[in-house]
Ligand binder design. Structure first.
Ligand code: HPA
Length: 275
């Protein structure tokens, strides 16, 4: 199986190399996010996920499921428009395949985004949170199984999973543009259900500021392979610990869509400024 996985990574990477895809920066766009950022890119190629060997297909309606390659601020960017989640039934190896492939294509920075529930009473939905740490509560790990020594160490170190360099740049861009960018801890759960009130309260108690169903598998592979990364959560709904308050997925996607403009500004400017 692990030999096959190695082969899947190589073949998927070869697919892009054959198409002369040589990205400097890669971006993963999460739930409800996408078109505004894509519109900024001078697009050279779009590749549906199902054309890439071994690549899983995103089954989430709000996720497009294609690679977009092009130029933004004189840098070559490769975007996953729509991500693959563990809750869709895919293995962690499938969920994180794209990140291993990016690394082999020579990507130097990885920019992630997601929609997340807000657990911090001082913040409100519609605002953005820059991840400065995470708590992984997902039941599986993309690094489980035989280690791929060519990618990285058996026991990756995680004292700073999010790049200090990228986070510093993002904070300075947000300050300049007067955009609210909180910083906090993201808890990753499996999903696909949203949380009960007791679960939201528990996640808050253990130190999380936001909760979502993604991102951490990609961050683990980025750290394993030595690919500096950052991640921004769009806080789409405020957790209410004390009284039942229905959370609608439709609203989550709507709020994400509205916050997309700010996320796009931050990531577009970040790509301009990274060296
Ligand atoms: N919980 C988990 N994932 C989410 C949420 C939430 O409240 N909102 C958006 N993604």
């Amino acid at each position: 199986m692990w030999k096959e996985y190695e082969q899947a990574i190589s073949e998927a990477a070869k697919f892009f190399k054959d198409r002369k895809v040589k990205p400097d920066v890669a971006v993963v766009l999460g739930t409800g996010l996408g078109s505004a950022f894509i519109d900024k890119i001078q697009i050279e190629q779009t590749i549906p996920y199902n054309q890439v060997p071994y690549f899983p297909v995103s089954t989430v309606v709000s996720h497009k499921g294609q690679w977009v390659y092009g130029t933004l601020h004189k840098k070559k960017v490769l975007v996953m428009q729509g991500r693959i989640h563990y809750y869709e039934g895919y293995s962690m190896q499938q969920v994180s395949l794209g990140i291993r492939v990016m690394k082999r294509l020579g990507v130097q920075y990885l920019l992630l985004s997601n929609a997340a529930g807000n657990l911090n009473a001082k913040w409100k939905h519609g605002e953005l949170m820059l991840l400065n740490d995470h708590i992984n509560l997902q039941p599986d790990n993309p690094l489980r199984g035989a280690n791929l020594p060519s990618d990285g160490p058996r026991f990756p170190e995680l004292s700073q999973p999010y790049s200090g360099y990228l986070n510093k740049l993002l904070r300075s861009i947000a300050a300049k543009k007067k955009l609210t960018l909180h910083q906090g801890v993201y808890a990753a759960v499996m999903g696909p259900n949203l949380e009960t009130r007791a679960e939201y309260k528990y996640l808050h108690t253990i130190g999380a500021d936001a909760v979502g169903m993604s991102t951490v598998p990609e961050v683990l592979i980025a750290n394993h392979t030595g690919l500096p990364c950052c991640a921004i959560s769009v806080l789409t709904n405020d957790a209410n610990f004390d009284r039942p308050q229905k959370v609608e997925i439709k609203e989550i996607i709507e709020v994400a869509g509205r916050a997309e403009k700010n996320l796009t500004e931050l990531y577009s400017d970040l790509i301009k400024r990274i060296k």
